[in-house]
Design a protein around this ligand. Structure first.
Ligand code: 5AD
Ligand code: SF4
Length: 402
């Protein structure tokens, strides 16, 4: 989400004739796009802003924009109070109006072509935001407070954005939202939106991020079975393997329901890769709860899992960390080791299989399951081709073109 916002912000600058630079000395403006999902992200943002003090002293005409979730959480007054040299603060809730802040600082917008540019992904892939905010209330999560309740973009706006990005050279679209599969606009459901996107010319592959287990329905399972251009990869955050903790987190499903769901997804799309997110050390997490998370790694056959230490996002005493830093670190290490070992098994299982690879260069691409795949030569950049997997190296599959 933040990467997509950063790209939109960069595009707004490009429309005014600016270009990106890695060299702070050359920059006329600096945008700090902040995150606050965990305290560490917020702390990083703050120190990043602090470091700009010297830059502004040397270049008083330079503009500093602080945007995003930490900007929303801390507020303009607080940020400008601490860092008087910041020119504009644009919170996550008003990020679509970033252009107004640009106009306020730099004058009216000149007429020019849209100038979207991928900053984080290969030029083959483009992000398309389909919703903002989140209307769920997971107990540990700050997103609904800083981004507000779910708001869905119209199908027309989504499709126009996707069509522009395809016309500009992308072959793969990633639809984005906090609970992306809860999409509903008028009569258009998530599956209907996917179908419309799949009809766009030039689209080779469609992904989405991040779905929530509560919102996969029969229509989606049928579409997944019928449409091979829908990626054989789903990132589906589970957070914990313990029913007791899942309930405290207010996730709305049990371990059994989650496993049953990924079973159904895999039945619809054989070979489907599933990755996930885990939080360790949620308040009250016992050794037994943690063991349940460890065993879920193997049982879920996740190709990959992002593991986070619980980070309190409120001052409520019952939401404070209670296992201590050493135990938190120990659990994280154990979980990471289990994930690594399991990923190895999942990669090895793929040997001998045939996968569809969207090539980025003539010898490198990504499979529909989101594995990095290397072949000796012969791939056509921007096109998909079938590859038989011959071996698994570190996080990468090797194969031969069929
Ligand atoms: N502490 C730790 N991890 C968190 N996440 C969200 N909120 C917190 C928190 N307070 C993780 C979840 C989510 C991912 C984006 O960040 O695992 O899926
Ligand atoms: Fe946060 Fe995701 Fe839960 Fe929404 S669904 S509250 S964004 S963890």
């Amino acid at each position: 989400m933040n990467e997509a916002d950063s790209e939109d912000i960069a595009a707004a600058f490009r429309r005014r004739g600016y270009s990106l630079t890695d060299d702070l000395k050359k920059a006329d403006a600096v945008v700090v796009n902040t995150c606050t999902v965990r305290q560490r992200a917020e702390d990083k943002a703050i120190s990043q802003i602090g470091r700009l003090r010297v830059w502004k002293e040397k270049k008083p005409e330079g503009k500093i924009f602080v945007v995003g979730c930490a900007a929303q959480k801390l507020g303009e007054k607080n940020i400008k109070g601490r860092f008087g040299f910041v020119d504009e603060v644009v919170g996550a809730k008003s990020i679509e109006r970033f252009e107004d802040s640009l106009i306020a600082q730099l004058g009216p917008t000149p007429e020019s072509e849209t100038a979207h540019q991928n900053l984080f992904r290969s030029p083959r892939t483009a992000y398309v935001t389909i919703m903002r905010g989140c209307s769920l209330g997971c107990s540990y999560c700050i997103v609904p407070a800083v981004r507000g309740p779910a708001v869905f973009l119209s199908p027309e706006a989504v499709l126009a954005d996707a069509a522009d990005k395809l016309a500009a050279g992308a072959q793969e679209i990633v639809l984005l939202g906090q609970t992306v599969n809860s999409y509903k606009h008028g009569r258009t459901t998530f599956s209907e939106l996917l179908k419309k996107a799949l009809a766009l010319p030039g689209l080779e592959r469609l992904r989405f991020m991040s779905p929530h287990p509560l919102y996969f329905d029969k229509a989606f399972l049928e579409l997944l079975a019928a449409e091979p251009r829908l990626a054989r990869y789903i990132h589906l955050p589970v957070q914990s393997g313990s029913d007791r903790i899942l309930k405290l987190m207010r996730r709305g499903y049990t371990r059994g329901q989650y496993l049953e769901l990924i079973g159904r997804l895999r039945a619809s799309a054989p070979g489907l890769a599933v990755s996930t997110d885990f939080i360790v050390g949620y308040p009250g997490e016992t050794e037994k709860d943690f063991e349940d998370t460890l065993t879920l790694v193997r049982e879920g056959r996740f190709s990959l899992a992002y593991c986070f230490k619980y980070s309190p996002r409120t001052d409520k005493p019952e939401m404070a960390t209670d296992i201590g830093e050493a135990e938190m670190e120990a659990r994280l290490e154990k979980l990471l080791a289990a994930v690594k070992e399991n990923s190895r098994l999942v990669l090895d299982e793929r040997i001998g299989k045939i996968v569809e690879v969207l090539f980025e260069t003539e010898n490198y691409g990504r499979s529909s399951e989101n594995f990095a795949v290397r072949v000796k030569a012969g791939g056509t950049p921007g096109k998909t081709a079938s590859v038989q997997i011959t071996g698994a190296a570190k996080n990468t599959l090797n194969g031969k073109l069929l």
